[in-house]
Ligand binder design. Sequence first.
Ligand code: IPE
Ligand code: IPE
Ligand code: MG
Length: 233
Amino acid sequence: MALPENIVLPRHIGIIMDGNGRWAKKRLLPRTAGHVQGAKAFRKCLRHCIDLGIECVTFFAFSTENFKRPPEEVNAIMKLFSDYLDEGLDMSEDDVVMRFVGDLSRFSGELREKMLRMQSETAGNHGTVCCLAVNYGGRDDILHAAKQLISEGADPDTLTEDDISEHLYTAGLPDVDLVIRPSGEQRISNFLIWQSAYAEYVFMDVLWPDFSENDLDLALTEYAKRNRRFGGL
Ligand code: IPE
Ligand code: IPE
Ligand code: MG
């Protein structure tokens, strides 16, 4: 499907890349195979966001809670991150600004350095901002911001919501307008809870590795139909 010319697009899209394990299970493959396929779906989806001129997209790749999974699975996901960082951005992505949002301190020094390198190498680009949420938890994000504000001696009498926003991992980015969750689950799982306070939510039955350009277009079409009131009339 082609999107109408003048469709209202979200400035910031959040995508919970869920369903890799079930995709693999359906095919009698190890869960890791689902993550490999999920990484391909990520690249395809990012490219489509770039083509549509989306300002910012945050992909939930690994939650603070995902460390509860068996070490083999966690290690396989870390390896995929590392491979992705080694491959680097391709031609169609060469104007993307990459950001890694989350508590990077739990990653190996090598992985962290690769993430920070990609971040600084793309910081001067002017295209779509692509955030990868890794070891990310919405509650951890808010706690981390609170700790920073306290350590900076923030004054409780003058503290504003903007002060908190500017201390989150997503500082400087617009609030999330649309959250897409594939895989059939209808929950937020601790994703961008502050930033998505007034987002529209689209839950889809497709498993993340099968998520296509058409699925993104469907979610964007649904978003464009919503009447956002922000508490007003
Ligand atoms: C999402 O897919 C990837 C991560 C959470 C790292 P899952 O691995 O959660 O897949 P399901 O939900 O088990 O199908
Ligand atoms: C959310 O998926 C995290 C990511 C997609 C990275 P989960 O599979 O971890 O979420 P739950 O456990 O179903 O809530
Ligand atoms: Mg899951």
